[in-house]
Design a protein around this ligand. Sequence first.
Ligand code: HXC
Length: 257
Amino acid sequence: MDYSRLKWHVEDKIGVLTLNSPETLNALDSIILNELEAWVDGPAQEETLRAIVITGEGKAFVAGADIKEMLSLDAQGAKKFGMLGSTIFRKIEKLSIPVLAAVNGFALGGGCELALCCDIRLASKRAKFGQPEVGLGITPGFSGTLRLPRVVGVAKAKELIYTAKIVGADEALSLGLVNHVVEPEELLEKTMQMARQIAGNSGSAVSKSKAAIDRGLDMDIDNAILVENDLFALCFAQDDQKEGMQAFVNKKKPAFK
Ligand code: HXC
């Protein structure tokens, strides 16, 4: 598939998506959003993939939704634009495999929201995070008001959103917004290393773990236990459980298909 604003390649069952509009700091306009939707509905669902890495070209991960495009929107247009981004980000979040954000630079507004819909975030020391929307007279509109409190807690999310302040990578780490902070030149390789570590495990068990965590977080604990129990049991009807446990008993490394 050809894109004008995205780059996509697959290595060792790991898909790497690069937002590639560095002259506008990868700002999310309708073109890039439509390409992201085509990607998430298509190549991102390829069954052989075990993990996906999302990163940005240039000095930004994503500097937000495109302010120049939003300037002329009326309420109806804004509703459509917001829902387009929220729908895409939800689809990314619901991919059955882990998605890792390699946050190379600015992750502001819609960029922070894109990072938030990923399972795991690694950040370059140069990365900067924030939800500057209230300074532009708007609220976060790609589900940041929902995901940020789930990741950093309600009080910290409210502080970030109400003040519109931009935080560096180390503060993002202390907030729990990112999992790791690394040197800029090591970011992609460290993220790929984690992706490869994930890909070396049972893909089926990783996906079921993701489903158990994400579905469980949306329900009360008694029903969540039932969901986990179903997924756990299902593992025992599949080859990877035999392979993993036989390998342990035979003191070998498992070879998952
Ligand atoms: C459109 C953007 C942009 C954006 C940067 N650019 N961010 N264009 N929308 N969000 C453009 C600039 O206009 C400029 O183009 C070029 O990218 C380079 O940016 P500079 O500002 O010259 O770079 P720099 O001085 O390094 O400053 C970097 C920056 C700043 C601090 C990240 O660009 C900035 O504050 N950007 C806006 C960040 C923001 O407020 N994001 C939230 C958006 S609202 P030209 O042509 O002028 O050279 C949002 C809502 C999400 O995301 C939900 C929507 C429903």
